[in-house]
Each structure stands twice: as C-alpha cells, then as structure tokens.
Design a protein around this ligand. Structure first.
Ligand SMILES: Cc1ncc(COP(=O)(O)O)c(C=O)c1O
Length: 413
C-alpha cells in the first residue's frame, strides 16, 4: 500500500455508514456491490429525515418551509457544481440518470432530422445508449457504434475519425465502464468531436464514486450521474453546458418554469432525496483538504482513489493466481475503477454470488449490468454475464482478505 492509502481513515469512514452493522448468516455483511449502488452516509440520511421532519413544502411559496426547500435545492446544486467544476445553474435533478437521459434525448432530438447521425459505444451501460437509439429511430437517424476491443476491453478510439461526419449530432460515451472498470479517455474523444462542433454526452455514473471529475478537462457538454452511487439517495443528476441548456426545449408543462435548470425538472422533485445530496458530496470533501469545497472534493477523491486502488490491486493479484478464475480487465496501463469482473469455472455467476452471500456474508452481483453490448460481444449473455466485485471507500482490508479467502476456498478442488 502507498503511504496515502495507509493513512486512509477507514475506521472513521466506516462509522459513518450505518448499513455496515448488518449481519448475514451470523457474519458481518461485506458490501462489494457498490457499482450497483453504494451504501448511504449517515449525514445524508439525517438530512433526508430532517427535511421531512421539519416540514417539507412545494416550491415558490411565500412561507418558511417553501423558502427552506428552495434553499436546500440551491445548496445541493451548488455542491454538485463544485463536484464537477460546473455552475449551479447548469445542474438539474431527476428520477435517475436513465430517465434524465431519455428526457434530454427527446429535447435535443426535436431539432434532429432524418439522415442525421449519432455515435454511441459498445462499452457503455445501455442507459447512455438506448435513449439515443430511441430518438434516432423516431427521427430516422443513423446510429454509428464506436467499437470496443474484446481483448483489451478498451474503446477503439482510432475509429472515431471515420465515425464522425458533418451530420453527427452527438457523441455519447461513458467515463468508466460499470462492468469491467475501464476508464475511457474522454478528453481525446471530445477533442475530435468538438473539432466538428459535436456535443459530447458523458455518463459519469460509474466514475463519480471513485475519482475527481473536471468536466472542462473532459470536454463534456452533458454529464450525467446518480447520487445513489456516491453515498447519497436515489436522485439522478444532469449537468448541461449553459449555452446548450438555454437552447434546449424539454417537454414540460406550459405553466412550469422555462428557465434553466428548472425547465428540465418536470413535476415535483424528490425534495427529501435532494436534501441528502450535499451531505454525500461533503463526505467526499471531508476526506480531503483545501480552502474551497471544490479543492476539498478533489483532495478527498485523491485519498479515496489511492485507498481503493490499493485494495483492488490486492484482489486482482490474488484472483489472477487462481486457475479457475477468468478476469475481465483492461491491461495494466489502462486506468480502471476498483471494479473487478470475473468468472469462475464450474459456477454460473449467479450460483457463485449466492454461495458468497450464504456462506461468507459477501454481497457481490452477477449479470450483464446493462453493459449488454459488451457482454454480447464477449459471448457471455447466455451464460449469465460476469461476477462483479466493486469496492467503495467503506470497504476494509479485512473485508478484502475475507473475499479473497472465500474465492480461494470455493475454487479449491
Ligand atoms: C455506468 C452507468 N450508467 C448509467 C446507469 C443508470 O443509472 P440510473 O440507475 O441512475 O438510471 C448505471 C446504473 O447502474 C450505470 O452503472
């Protein structure tokens, strides 16, 4: 472990996650299912409770609970803006990333025409694919796929030059794969897209819990994520460049606000959920140092990244030594999230995960995780996809040892 990883205040972090007290068949539960949704930090739960207990309200009322609700939402947007280096007015909330992406796709698609084109990737979660395919089908557009190399599990960037044309209206790409953890070089992709004035929609859902994101550096015009993946509640988040957002005409009710960011927030929002977002971001910031919230967030992520990567490396190294295990991961030079996809000879992914929870109290997920294009390309669909172990900052070195020991035991002949 590096010095930074060793200094990670794991005990203090674990104390902030009440769900870690859960047991399973007499053992403390080990949550290695973070990529499907992280556990929630207590300060976020407290904020959700406080919002409801103190008297919630709808917006635009001339009374205290309504004004307080507006303030809570504004504070949450300010924190999300600090998370990505955006402006608060560029931040909108919604049910989840998928629903927001469908709404944005429909809104952008109003000006798209037959024969226009979009680019999606084979590596992405389908939430950053199907909303674009749906609008493309509605408009008679051409869909172009940026392929994934099935051996290296990386996107074949060099093909982008041929895929982008003067008729391309959008490139949709994920920052990190929720299935195999590959982190994509979004800056290189946006540079090519921007040279042709094409906006880039980045799915940051899987990346957001693991490392600092600067949407300027990525060159993202749209960035989507979900607070339930980074220690908060089930609320989707869309960040849209001001100029693009101002031009956007979402489907909305006539009397609802027509200004940004509210115009994308159809209906009454999940106020209590939104109340839990800022504390989740402040939890990340609390692990770092700096003058501003943004600086603290960046430094907090450095601590998380060093810690998680050290643990992930231990898992990768141990699993690579087991003959019955096949790892699905990009090469050592490719940055990866601490998400480890694998299969075990003699087990279906589902039966393996079942045994891991029953016998060892370790929660890991199986399936294609909606990265179904990749699963199909690798021929894994009919055999149950992958087993996925994903780390979060509340996971300890002891849990990692427990996990490795369990896999070793189940694969012993
Ligand atoms: C990479 C990625 N994108 C998108 C989604 C969908 O997010 P949501 O559940 O907020 O719609 C997920 C959820 O697992 C994901 O991992």
């Amino acid at each position: 472990m590096t010095k930074t990883a060793e200094l990670f205040p794991i005990e203090a972090v674990r104390e902030q996650f009440p769900a870690l007290r859960r047991t399973c068949n007499g053992k403390s539960a080990v949550y290695f299912d973070g990529p499907g949704g992280s556990q929630v930090v207590k300060s976020s739960m407290d904020a959700i409770y406080a919002y409801m207990a103190n008297g919630g309200a709808n917006l635009h009322g001339s009374f205290p609970s309504s004004r307080e609700t507006e303030k809570i939402i504004a504070d949450a947007k300010e924190a999300v803006a600090a998370l990505f280096g955006a402006k608060p007015q560029e931040v909108a909330f919604g049910a989840n990333m998928t629903t927001l992406t469908f709404a944005i796709a429909r809104a952008l698609g109003r000006s798209w025409k037959e024969g226009d084109e979009i680019v999606v990737t084979e590596l992405d979660h389908r939430a950053n694919v199907d909303p674009w395919l749906a609008i493309a089908a509605d408009r008679g557009m051409t869909v172009r796929w940026l392929p994934v190399d099935p051996d290296t599990l990386t996107l074949q960037h060099e093909q982008l030059d041929e895929l982008l044309t003067p008729r391309t209206r959008l490139v949709a790409v994920g920052l990190a794969s929720n299935a195999v953890g590959t982190v994509n070089d979004i800056a290189a992709i946006s540079q090519k897209a921007h040279a042709l004035d094409i906006p880039v929609a980045v799915d940051a859902v899987h990346a957001a819990p693991h490392f600092a994101i600067d949407w300027d550096a990525l060159g993202a015009d749209l960035l989507l994520c979900s607070a339930y993946k980074f220690f908060g509640p089930h609320v989707g988040i869309a960040v849209i460049r001001q100029q693009l957002f101002e031009q956007l005409v979402p489907y909305k009710l006539a009397p609802a606000p027509a200004y940004i960011p509210d115009k994308l927030e159809t209906g009454t929002q999940n106020h209590e959920g939104i109340a839990g977002i800022r504390p989740a971001i402040e939890f990340i910031a609390s692990l770092g140092r700096g003058e501003t919230l943004r600086e603290q967030i960046r430094s907090g992520y450095e601590a998380i990244e060093a810690y998680e990567n050290a643990l992930a490396e231990q898992i990768r190294t141990a699993l690579a030594k087991i003959d019955a295990v096949t790892l699905y991961q990009a090469g050592p030079d490719v940055p990866k999230t601490p998400t480890i996809a694998f299969r075990v000879d003699g087990w279906t992914p589902q039966s393996f995960c079942e045994k891991m929870s029953e016998k060892y109290g370790i929660f890991i997920a199986d399936g294609d995780f909606y990265a179904s294009t990749l699963a199909a390309k690798l021929g894994l669909v009919d055999s149950g996809g992958w087993i996925r172990a994903g780390l979060a900052p509340y996971n300890s070195a002891e849990e990692v040892e427990r996990f490795i020991h369990a896999v070793q035991e189940l694969t012993q002949k």
